[in-house]
Design a binder for this molecule. Structure first.
Ligand code: B12
Length: 213
């Protein structure tokens, strides 16, 4: 198996070359490389490199968006291989990025991994207000609400959503899981969430654990 292909994926992603990312991702999969390796050491690692360059002001928002689109092109190739058809869902997850926050790359990876682990996903998208979470939880039979936040300024919307669910009498009917780069276990505990995970793979384990509680 050719480990260089992962390097090629990372480089294509940092160049924002969508077609190359999709092609190389497909090639890596066809070579029998595990999906997790392609994700972790190819697509996610490439996006992390972009994050570092963005932080260092070496690149700016347009380049980040182009790289994110290239990453999605790779994820789109892998996603069908995550989903095991014909198996009963483990549980239903309502997921979204909280109000005031437009970051969705991590949230989409968590969605994809949960879907791949046989959870049914209802994705509310980005900038999701507490009321929108509450309305969706009211009208659907939901097991877990998963909230993502990448901004220290939007993290409090998680607290508002949890409080709103309490006021609507829904808090005991759902488990709540939170995540995103600035979120910690300590913060999750302080807002009364049931679970936190630092990455998408751990999010799957956490979701399974929450269903057993
Ligand atoms: C990509 C990006 C953008 C893109 C977003 C594109 C998109 N479609 O998502 C664009 C260019 C739009 C953007 C805009 C902004 N961004 Co920005 N962005 C980033 C960047 C570079 C990468 C984020 C990312 O996608 N990481 C990769 C993913 C895979 O990681 P992740 O999101 O952390 O997700 C993983 C885990 O956290 C976890 N997880 C995530 N969600 C969930 C949910 C649950 C339930 C669970 C269990 C786990 C979980 O699992 C994921 C997979 O393993 C980061 C820098 C960085 N290095 O993080 C800045 C960063 C997040 N952005 C930042 C800022 C400030 C902004 C802007 C305000 C910039 C501006 N001045 O306009 C705007 C805000 C717009 C808004 N209102 O949201 C800051 C935030 C600082 C802070 N602490 O608040 C960062 C940290 C950059 C920095 N160092 O300054 N950004």
């Amino acid at each position: 198996m050719d480990g260089n292909i992962l390097k090629d994926i990372r480089e294509a992603l940092t160049r924002g070359d969508r077609a190359a990312v999709a092609g190389l991702t497909g090639q890596a999969f066809d070579q029998g490389m595990p999906v997790k390796d392609i994700m972790d050491s190819g697509l996610i690692a490439g996006m992390e490199a972009i994050g570092k360059r963005f932080k260092a002001n070496e690149i700016f928002i347009p380049e980040v968006l182009i790289a994110a689109k290239a990453m999605h092109a790779g994820i789109a190739i892998l996603e069908p291989h995550f989903t095991k058809s014909g198996i009963k869902p483990l549980g239903k997850v309502l997921i979204g990025t909280v109000k005031g926050d437009l970051h969705d790359i991590g949230k989409n990876i968590v969605s994809m991994m949960l879907r791949g682990a046989c959870f049914e996903i209802d994705d509310l998208g980005i900038d999701v207000s507490p009321q929108k979470f509450i309305d969706a939880a009211k009208s659907k039979d939901i097991d877990i609400i998963a909230m993502s936040s990448l901004l220290t300024t939007s993290m409090n919307a998680m607290r508002d959503t949890i409080n709103g669910l309490g006021a609507a009498g829904l808090r005991d009917k759902v488990k709540i899981m939170v995540g995103g780069a600035p979120v910690t276990q300590e913060f999750a505990d302080s807002i009364g969430a049931d679970g936190f995970a630092k990455d998408a793979a751990t999010a799957v384990d956490k979701a399974k654990e929450l269903l057993k509680r």
